[in-house]
Design a protein around this ligand. Structure first.
Ligand SMILES: [Zn+2]
Length: 246
């Protein structure tokens, strides 16, 4: 645990770095969404019916039982639909408007950053409010709750799936390239609300630091990367992010 005076000093240091930076990259994870009430569906209490998310959010589950996977995603849509951005989302949207170059990388699929006004968002794991054809790859926004079953592609009649990256799938190569370009070019990076276990996002902070950026982590608790980054701040994103980006 960081001493209180040390914590205040660290906070001030991050605030100054953010203020002086012209090229900023932010990476957000589940911790930011959690403060808006988004459940993770992983770990204890994260069950839907008797299933774990890790058993349903996979290409194998979709091939085996697409109806069941769609029922799970319709349930998730229902949970997400009324949720709203929190103070961290709003502060990051403000920060984007103040910077010459700003890229927001997110592991979250809920669209809350865009709802808060963020524009340059790179969605590492896709977006639950989009569907994608499992045959021809066509994508489109579809915010219906629920999506009627079976959802069928207008161009090829293939089965539509949620446009999200499932367990065992790799990131879209275009998204991957955009993310790494931004990491190589930024002066300051903030890593917010990520547990530091889901790759490649977990190592992105280190990558930016190796490329010369000042990298600060904001998370409820220390992560495996805390000591390797420039500064680690512990606390709620909704409290800390507005303080460092003013
Ligand atoms: Zn299609």
């Amino acid at each position: 645990m960081t001493r209180p005076d040390q914590a205040a000093e660290n906070l001030l240091r991050v605030k100054e770095k953010v203020r002086d930076a012209s090229r900023v990259v932010v990476l957000t994870g589940a911790g930011v969404s959690a403060e808006s009430g988004v459940p993770t569906f992983r770990g204890a209490g994260g069950l839907w019916r008797q299933y774990k998310a890790t058993d349903l959010a996979t290409p194998e589950a979709f091939a085996r039982d697409p109806r069941l996977v769609w029922e799970f995603y319709n349930y998730r849509r229902e949970v997400l639909a009324p949720l709203e951005p929190n103070a961290a989302h709003r502060a990051l949207a403000d920060l984007e408007r103040a910077k010459e170059s700003f890229v927001l990388l997110t592991q979250n699929i809920d669209g809350l950053h865009q709802a808060a006004g963020s524009r340059n968002v790179v969605e590492l794991h896709g977006n639950i409010w989009r569907v994608r054809c499992s045959r021809c790859g066509n994508r489109k926004e579809d915010r219906r709750v629920p999506i009627p079953y079976p959802p069928v592609c207008e161009s090829c009649s293939g089965m539509l799936r949620p446009d999200v990256v499932w367990f065992g799938e790799s990131l879209d190569p275009d998204v991957f390239r955009l993310a790494y370009q931004a990491l190589e070019r930024c002066d300051v990076m903030l890593v917010i609300g990520t547990s530091g276990v889901v790759q490649p996002a977990a190592s992105m902070g280190l990558y930016a630091k190796e490329n010369g950026a000042f990298v600060a982590e904001i998370n409820l608790e220390p992560t495996p990367y805390s000591r390797a980054l420039s500064v680690s701040l512990q606390g709620k994103a909704g409290d800390l992010v507005p303080q460092v980006v003013v």
